[in-house]
Design a protein around this ligand. Sequence first.
Ligand code: AHR
Length: 500
Amino acid sequence: MTKLVINPSKKQSKINKEIYGHFSEHLGRCIYEGIYVGEDSPIPNKNGMRTDVVEALKHIRIPVLRWPGGCFADEYHWKDGIGPKETRKKMINTHWGGVVEDNSFGTHEFFELCEQLGCEAYVNGNLGSGTVQEMSEWVEYITFEGVSPMADLRKKNGHEKPWKLDFFGVGNENWGCGGNMNPDFYANEYRRYQTYVRNYHPDHPIHKVCCGANVDDYEWTSEVLKTTHNHCLKELHGNMDGLSLHYYVHPEGWEIKGSATDFDDKVWYKSLNKALFMETLIERHGHIMDEYDPEKKIGMIVDEWGAWYTVEPGTNPGFLYQQNTMRDALIAGITLNIFNKHSDRVKMANLAQIVNVLQSVILTDGADMILTPTYHVFDMYKYHQDAMLVDSSVETETIGVEDEWQVPNLTESVSVAEDGAVHITLTNLSLDKDYEIRTILTDYQVNEVKGEIVHGEMHEMNTFETPDQVRVKEFNEVEKTAEGIKFIIPKCSVLHLEVR
Ligand code: AHR
């Protein structure tokens, strides 16, 4: 029997709801078709936003949405996306398929979407090819209430009141598609641009996110913090509320990536091993952040993460459309457990991308919509949002088929919600073994247990023909014991237990 020990009274850190955030980019069919279909569409919509997608996202309690990119952000000029739609400029989406972007989804539409979703707004500004003035004016347009050129323009365009802007990214991937800068150059640019990201509402300030590293580029983290910390920014926090990190799982590496649906046992374990690397990244980048910010006031913002495979055969290579299987359910479950466990430093994360792109929670085909295995994991994990992480540990053994890509058989995280319920999320990475779990809940009287599970064969997925192949099922086989509970977690599964 495998021992899982939970101490519900040993509270560790708050799991910010923003860890369960998402990312929408002008890429392929993410915004257009996936979210926005326009008011005249036969697809049911409210002010152009498709109703089925909005309802599905509300169900998983989407806390925050990042927009407009990604690489798209540093080529986006926000003024092209306001005013009457017929006069909005058309542009080439150079990064993603070279298609025409007609700017019919712009600032007003994004905030309308956030309002419908009831979520926070995370706008990513253009530092790579935009000016300081342009960035500053965008913030003024969005948030300033009084009389000013940009507030007046917003009013003229039909929105009297300002919107609430929760997070603002000062550039995206400026080490790459956002301008190919070196860390010192970017850090100086950050210092300049962020100065003009004005907080017009001290009661709900904008949280500024600085562009952080690609994967394990620890030098970027060090150099950016060194340069932003010294000289002008005496008090780093306030000028920088978050530092981003981007990490994707490419099973066969960046060049080949690998199929989303056609893989064997070896690739299964390799993919999960790569997902587990997120923990090393958080620890090592976190260690550097600790040097400059020992009180952990600056959040690590993992605003792009997920699995990135070869596009589905026959689809536009620039649209990055991929399917989603039980492997993605495990990648999501493992990664979210890691974020929960590091919620003292990780303050937000945004899965890439919300609809029709990389590890999406929703796929659409015209008027049809399906929910992916990853969606169902977010559904089961939603109870961790704003709950307190508590002390827990599980016994593990090492499994896998190749020496290089071994993984632990189980991962877990546990939180206590405001109403006192204990939420346990557990992943079983094994393809062939179920495990009996003896759970010890220290100083806790168990009265009631409810469970739900996502499991299946590793290739199982939802298609437009079989939309419910993978879904959340009730899990009732839990026994109360003198010390807590016991149950068997099946192979290849993600489990959520609610204990009261
Ligand atoms: O998610 C796809 C792309 O990956 C994003 O646009 C970019 O930021 C990253 O390189």
